[in-house]
Design a binder for this molecule. Structure first.
Ligand code: FAD
Length: 488
């Protein structure tokens, strides 16, 4: 399909990148309502018309799941919005999520040729527009239910990696069960990313659509405790298992004062609010206490989510303390900007060295030290070096640490023969096979903390490998009758 865009390339270059509609900072920083409202149809069409329709679309290579970006933008321009979302869904089972949370600036949009001299196409906002159009018009119809006839596959963990794997396997005709330790599915999408970035009804609808493919989600099951991997094979009769349990165990800095009342890991803080609805206490059982002044330590998405959540819970002053510069913060650019607009104060090139407590054992301050950046380390990032004599104290009542997370070892320690590295991440080959036959792994469990879309890519790669593995097994069991192709 070509020729939908009637503008000449020179005319397209003159159109500025369209800005999403947003709730004003003063209105939004006290509510959990979504901040970015995306594009209306008019803006989406103008933005889509900027696309140069490159023959060899570099943006597609920048997308970890290779969404046909050029193709869906052409469909939008032709006002076939449902065609556009269906095109996206061929590669991405969670488009309304990814259109909101993917770091497009380091992926597809980074590769957009327009970005070399002008500003790249707002691919994420266009993806979101297509997904929201489907939801807004009540058109998010369950796909035709597959007739599962294939082997049973167990998926452990219902985050983006497990969900992406489940969607592909169900489409291939396998009977898929996802086991989730928590009482609600979604992984970090539910317990980590706040509602003001990803409304729960959007997440619920995307998950329902995957369930409509025939995927069963069983919550409150801790694999490794409720049932081991060996039991899933031997007693529950699963033919293959995909491990996608994420990296939800928080790291602490190991500085004095971390045991004081008022110190949280970001993981606990965000889970209390997002999953347990602590901000609605006493209507919900779980409480949360946030002081007038809050310091969040870290520079990633988790830190920015925590500090913006603290503002919404009533913190008058919210600091984000990060040891490198603003440009080196791993968080999405849009979230950094939104945090600044909401009055968060960034204390950069600074590291905490001690949390101070009062006689009541509660946090009353945090001692910090200024940092200079040295030579780049092995990862290419400049090494933070504390500046002697630069210490200072910041009075705060709450400290939230968001300096990274590790994988939970429960499955590794209860599964003989499952190889993991020194950090506990499960070792896989590029097809996501582990050292145990029939067991595959991906997402943060195998990467040690990455992004939604990389976790989804792993899920898709694993689904293809599981299919290949089960076909080979079928072939070996029934050399004549086991035709290749859909098992359903
Ligand atoms: C606060 C926060 C904000 C983030 N923001 C962004 C963002 O804006 N953009 C982005 O791309 N990435 C972001 N990330 C990173 C991204 O969310 C993760 O990389 C991604 O969710 C990993 O997906 P996953 O499926 O591997 O694991 P998870 O999402 O962690 O899901 C794992 C699931 O497995 C379950 N589980 C664990 N152990 C067991 C067990 N033994 N039995 C059964 N179930 C189990 C867990 O309860 C969880 O539901 C953010 C992360 C955090 C913490």
């Amino acid at each position: 399909m070509t020729g939908v865009n009637t503008l000449r390339p020179a005319e397209r270059l003159k159109i500025p990148r369209q800005q999403a509609i947003e709730r004003p900072p003063e209105e939004r920083c006290r509510t959990f309502q979504e901040v970015s409202l995306g594009f209306d149809e008019e803006r989406a069409l103008v933005e889509a018309s900027r696309c140069l329709e490159c023959k060899d679309a570099a943006c597609v290579k920048g997308c970890p799941v290779n969404v046909d970006i050029r193709g869906f933008i052409e469909l939008l321009l032709a006002r076939d919005h449902l065609g556009a979302i269906n095109r996206i869904r061929e590669a991405n089972a969670l488009p309304a999520v990814c259109g909101r949370v993917c770091p497009q600036e380091t992926q597809c949009e980074l590769m957009c040729v327009l970005g070399k001299k002008y500003t790249p196409i707002a691919i994420g906002k266009l993806e979101r527009f297509a997904a929201d159009y489907e939801i807004r018009h009540g058109l998010l119809l369950p796909p035709p239910r597959a007739q599962p006839g294939g082997e049973q596959v167990a998926i452990v963990g219902s985050g983006p990696s497990g969900l992406a794997c489940a969607a592909d396997l169900a489409r291939l005709g396998y009977r898929v069960t996802i086991f989730e330790a928590l009482h609600a599915p979604g992984g970090v999408l539910r317990y980590g990313i706040p509602e003001f970035r990803l409304p729960r009804e959007v997440l619920d609808l995307e998950i329902q659509r995957i369930e409509a493919l025939g995927v069963e989600i069983v919550t409150n099951v801790v694999v490794g405790k409720t049932a081991t991997i060996d039991e899933l094979f031997e007693e529950w009769r699963f033919a293959a298992v995909y491990l996608a349990t994420g990296a939800g165990t928080p790291h602490f800095m190991g500085i004095p004062g971390e045991n004081l009342v008022g110190v949280y890991s970001a993981n606990e803080f965000l889970t209390r609010v997002n999953l347990m609805q602590a901000h609605r206490f006493p209507d919900f059982d779980t409480p949360i206490k946030v002081g007038r002044t809050v310091a969040v330590i870290g520079g990633g998405n988790t830190a920015v989510d925590a500090v913006r959540t603290a503002r919404r819970l009533g913190a008058q002053q919210a600091y984000l303390i990060y040891r490198r510069s603003r440009d080196e913060m791993p968080a999405r650019r849009e979230e950094i900007l939104h945090a600044e607009e909401e009055g968060v104060r960034f204390i950069l090139l600074t590291t905490p060295i001690r949390i101070l407590g009062g006689p009541d054992n509660r946090v009353c301050g945090i001692e910090c030290q200024r940092i200079a950046l040295g030579e780049p380390d092995m990862t290419g990032r400049r090494t933070p070096m504390p500046i002697p004599g630069s210490e200072f104290i910041l009075p705060v009542q709450t400290v939230i640490e968001a300096i990274g997370a590790r994988v939970n070892p429960i499955i590794q320690t209860t599964t003989p023969g499952l190889e993991s590295d020194a950090r506990g991440t499960v070792v896989t080959d590029e097809t996501k096979r582990t050292s145990r036959p029939g067991v595959f792994a991906g997402g943060d469990l195998a990467r040690g903390g990455a992004t939604v879309i990389l976790a989804m890519r792993d899920g898709r790669v694993a689904a293809a490998s599981i299919d290949e593995y089960l076909r080979a097994r079928r072939q070996a069991a029934h050399p004549v009758g086991a035709a290749a192709g859909n098992v359903g």
